[in-house]
Design a protein around this ligand. Structure first.
Ligand code: PBG
Length: 353
C-alpha cells in the first residue's frame, strides 16, 4: 500500500494541473512565491502596473446649443453643461490645454427646427456645422468628431425616419445620414461617428465621403450600441427622449454578445476606422471580446448614466468620487478599450497631470 502524505501548508494551495518547476516549488514551500513583494511600495507598484490610463485615450463629449454667453448645467449630469458656441469654444480651448486630443459634439436643437425626418441635420449652416468650423478655426489641432444620427433633430426623438405605423425605416434613414455626414465633413469634421445603428450606414457613408473627395475623413462607428437605460441623462441634456416606443428595433439587446461581434465585423467590412462599444461599464466583457477580435482601435463610451451614478454617489459622500472615476476608466482600458469617451475627461486630465 502506498501512502501519500501531503503537508498541511501545501494543501492550502490550489493544485495545478500543469507540472511546471514553479508548481513543484510551490508544493514544497508555499511561501517561495510572495506576490505581495510587487505591491510593497508605490514605486514597485508603478513598475509592474499593466494598464496606464493616459490623457491620449480620452475623448470629451460636449453639448452645444444656440445663443450667446450661456451655459446651463444638465440637471441629471452635475458638472456637465450645454454651452452656447462662444462658451463652448472656451471649454474646447481649456480641454486642449489640458492635453485632451479630441471632442465629440452633440447639438441641442430648438423644437421649431425639428421635423419628422430630421432635415436640419444636414443644413450647411446648422448648429453642428457652424460649431465644427468655429472649433477648427480656434483650435485647429483638436480632433473634432461629429455624431451622425437623427434623434436630436427629429420631433419624435428616434434616430431614424419613422413610418405611419411607428416603424423605423432603415434605407431612407441611411440616405439622410449620408447627407448629414457629408455636411459635417464639408464643415471640417475630422471624423464622423454614426450612432444610429441602421444597417449598412457605414458603407454608404464611406462611399459617399470618398465620392466627394473626403478620403481623409475617418469613421468612428458606434458598432455595438446597446438599447440601454444608461442613456437617460443624455436624453435630458438634448431633450431627445423618444416620444413613443423605445429603440430596441435598432439598438442591440443587452443580453447579446455574439451579435456584437457580427456588428463589429460588418462595420469593419464596410470601412470603419475605429469601432465602438456603448455603454462601457456594463459591457466590459464585450469590449474584451472585441479587442481580441480586431486589429482596429477600439473605443468605449462611458455614457451619461455611468457618469450620473458616480456623481450622485460622490455628492452624497458615499464614495470617494475621484478614486472611483480613475478605477472605472482604468477598468474600461484594462478590458481592452484604446479610447474612452467620457464626461470626466477634463477632470481626469487634471488628475493625470
Ligand atoms: C443618440 C445618442 C445617444 C447617446 C449618444 N448618441 C442616446 C440614444 O441612443 O438614445 C448616449 C450617450 C450617453 O448616454 O452619454 N444617437
Amino acid at each position: 500500500m502506498i501512502i501519500i502524505i501531503v503537508s498541511k501548508k501545501a494543501s492550502l494551495l490550489p493544485m495545478s494541473s500543469s507540472n511546471t518547476v514553479a508548481d513543484a516549488a510551490v508544493l514544497t514551500d508555499p511561501f517561495v512565491h510572495r506576490p505581495r513583494r510587487l505591491r510593497r511600495t508605490a514605486s514597485v507598484r508603478r513598475m509592474v502596473r499593466e494598464t496606464q490610463l493616459s490623457i491620449d485615450d480620452l475623448i470629451y463629449p460636449l453639448f452645444v446649443m444656440e445663443g450667446e454667453g450661456q451655459k446651463f448645467e444638465v440637471t441629471s449630469m452635475p458638472g456637465c453643461y450645454r454651452y452656447s458656441l462662444d462658451l463652448l469654444l472656451q471649454e474646447v480651448a481649456e480641454a486642449f490645454e489640458l492635453g485632451i486630443n479630441a471632442v465629440a459634439l452633440f447639438p441641442v436643437i430648438p423644437e421649431h427646427k425639428k421635423d419628422v425626418s430630421g432635415n436640419e441635420s444636414y443644413n450647411p449652416d446648422g448648429l453642428v456645422q457652424r460649431t465644427v468650423k468655429a472649433i477648427k478655426q480656434a483650435v485647429p489641432e483638436i480632433v473634432v468628431i461629429t455624431d451622425v444620427a437623427l434623434d436630436p433633430f427629429s420631433t419624435h426623438g428616434h434616430d431614424g425616419i419613422v413610418d405611419e405605423n411607428g416603424v423605423i425605416l432603415n434605407d431612407p434613414t441611411v440616405d439622410v445620414l449620408v447627407k448629414m455626414a457629408l455636411s459635417q465633413a464639408e464643415a471640417g469634421a475630422d471624423m464622423v461617428a454614426p450612432s444610429d445603428m441602421m444597417d449598412g450606414r457605414i458603407g454608404a457613408i464611406r462611399k459617399a465621403l470618398d465620392a466627394q473627395g473626403y478620403f481623409d475623413v475617418g469613421i468612428l462607428a458606434y458598432s455595438a450600441k446597446y438599447a440601454s437605460a444608461y442613456y437617460g441623462p443624455f436624453r435630458d441634456a438634448l431633450d431627445s427622449a423618444p416620444k413613443f416606443g423605445d429603440k430596441k428595433t435598432y439598438q442591440m439587446d443587452s443580453a447579446n454578445a455574439r451579435e456584437a461581434l457580427k456588428e463589429i465585423e460588418l462595420d469593419i467590412a464596410e470601412g470603419a476606422d475605429i469601432v465602438m462599444i456603448k455603454p462601457a461599464l456594463p459591457y466590459l466583457d464585450i469590449i474584451h471580446r472585441v479587442r481580441e477580435h480586431t486589429k482596429l482601435p477600439v473605443a468605449a463610451y462611458n455614457v451619461s448614466g455611468e457618469y450620473a451614478m458616480i456623481r450622485a454617489a460622490g455628492q452624497q459622500g458615499w464614495i470617494d468620487e475621484k478614486k472611483v472615476i480613475l478605477e472605472t476608466l482604468t477598468s474600461i482600458k484594462r478590458a481592452g478599450a484604446d479610447l474612452i469617451l467620457t464626461y470626466f475627461a477634463k477632470e481626469v486630465a487634471l488628475m493625470l497631470h
